[in-house]
Write a protein of this length. Structure first.
Length: 71
């Protein structure tokens, strides 16, 4: 289940973060990519994949669900 995240919330998550910072959300199914200080965009992994913070890509393993990491 995805939760609605407003643009204002996305921007707050990116506040003070350098560009290209990735912040996992929704149990690593989606993630925010900070594109500038205070600005970000939400990306979604394809079905069956989760964001892996070390490899910095969507992967099949469910071992990374609920594993949050900031760059």
């Amino acid at each position: 289940m995805f939760f609605f995240i407003s643009f204002g919330t996305i921007d707050i998550l990116c506040q003070g973060q350098p560009a290209e910072t990735v912040i996992p959300i929704d149990n690593n199914r989606r993630f925010v990519v900070c594109i500038d200080t205070g600005k970000g965009t939400v990306q979604e992994c394809p079905k069956g994949l989760w964001w892996h913070p070390v490899s910095r890509r969507c992967e099949r393993s469910t071992l990374f669900v609920n594993f949050s990491f900031r760059k």
